[in-house]
Unconditional design. Structure first.
Length: 278
C-alpha cells in the first residue's frame, strides 16, 4: 500500500470501499453532521427563533416545521455513536485510557452542553459522553462476565452488570439514560450477526422508552410523542448494516472528540450574536 494522504479527495475516497460499503470514517462524519443539525435545531431554532415569533404567525409555523425536520435528522447520530463506541471497545489497546478520555471530554463538554440546551448550568441532564462512559464500563463488565466458566454465573453476572450500568445512567440523568446504555449493550452482545444487530438493537432501543412509563418518568402519551421522532433512528441502522467495519483514516482521532464541545460553543456564539442583532 502506498503512503496515505489526508486531503479532501482522500477523505472522500475513504468513506466507501470498492463494494460501496460505508467505512467507520463515513459513519463518524454522518454522526457529526446529523448531531450538528440536531443541536442547531435545539440550540438555535427552539431556543431563539421559536421564542422570537408569535405562536400564530407564519414565521413561527415555518420555524417549527424546520425544527421538527432537524430533530428527526438528528436521531441518526446517537445510535452511530453507540456503534462506534462498541467498535472502539473491541479494538482499543487500553480500555482505561479510553475511559479516561471519555471522562475528560464529558467534563469539558458539560458547560457548553448546559448553556446551549438549557440556557444555564443544571444538574438535571448530563451530556452524551457520560452515557458513553457508563456504556464503556458496562461493556468491560460484560466481557469479564462472559469469560466465567459457569454459564449460570456468566448470564446472571451479565444481567446484574447491565442493570447496574443502566441504573447508573438513570440516576446520573445522562443523555438517553438507561436506554442508551441498553442500546450499547445490545450492539455489543449482537456483534456476531450484523443482520440481527441492526434489526433487534433498534427494536430493543425503541421498546425501552416504554419503561419510562413504568418508572413514572413520563406518561404514555408523552412516550408516544417522543417515539414519533425517535423512530427515525432506524435510518442510522441502515447505514450501520451497509458498513464494512473498517477505519482507513488513522489521523484526526481527537477532532471527533473536540468537535462535540466545539460545535456547541459555535452554536452558542451564533445564538448570542442573533440575540445582539435581533
Amino acid at each position: 500500500m502506498g503512503k496515505k494522504r489526508y486531503g479532501a479527495q482522500t477523505v472522500i475516497s475513504n468513506l466507501r470501499d470498492k463494494n460501496g460499503r460505508f467505512s467507520l470514517d463515513a459513519l463518524k462524519l454522518l454522526a457529526l453532521v446529523t448531531m450538528f443539525i440536531d443541536h442547531t435545531g435545539a440550540g438555535i431554532m427552539e431556543a431563539f427563533f421559536l421564542q422570537s415569533f408569535p405562536y400564530d404567525s407564519q414565521a413561527f409555523r415555518i420555524c417549527l416545521t424546520v425544527d421538527e425536520l432537524m430533530r428527526c435528522v438528528g436521531r441518526l447520530a446517537f445510535p452511530i455513536y453507540c456503534y462506534l463506541l462498541v467498535q472502539g471497545f473491541l479494538h482499543t489497546r487500553s480500555v482505561p485510557r479510553y475511559a479516561l478520555r471519555l471522562f475528560g471530554f464529558a467534563l469539558l463538554s458539560e458547560l457548553p452542553f448546559d448553556l446551549l440546551l438549557f440556557g444555564g448550568i443544571t444538574p438535571d441532564y448530563q451530556n452524551v459522553f457520560w452515557t458513553l462512559l457508563i456504556g464503556l464500563l458496562t461493556l468491560t463488565g460484560l466481557r469479564r462476565a462472559g469469560k466465567w466458566e459457569s454459564k449460570a454465573w456468566s448470564v446472571g453476572g451479565s444481567i446484574v452488570i447491565l442493570a447496574a450500568g443502566m441504573t447508573a445512567a438513570l440516576l446520573m440523568r445522562t443523555d438517553y439514560d438507561y436506554k442508551g446504555v441498553g442500546l450499547i449493550a445490545a450492539l455489543y452482545l449482537l456483534r456476531g450477526d450484523r443482520k440481527r444487530q441492526c434489526l433487534l438493537s433498534p427494536l430493543f432501543f425503541l421498546a425501552s422508552f416504554f419503561l419510562d412509563v413504568l418508572l413514572g418518568l413520563h406518561t404514555a402519551a408523552g412516550i408516544v410523542s417522543s417515539l414519533s421522532v425517535e423512530v427515525f433512528c432506524i435510518f442510522a441502522f441502515l447505514f450501520l448494516y451497509a458498513g464494512n467495519g473498517k477505519r482507513y483514516m488513522k489521523k484526526g482521532k481527537y477532532f471527533f472528540y473536540f468537535f462535540y464541545p466545539g460545535h456547541m460553543l459555535l452554536l452558542l456564539g451564533i445564538r448570542y450574536l442573533l440575540l445582539f442583532l435581533w
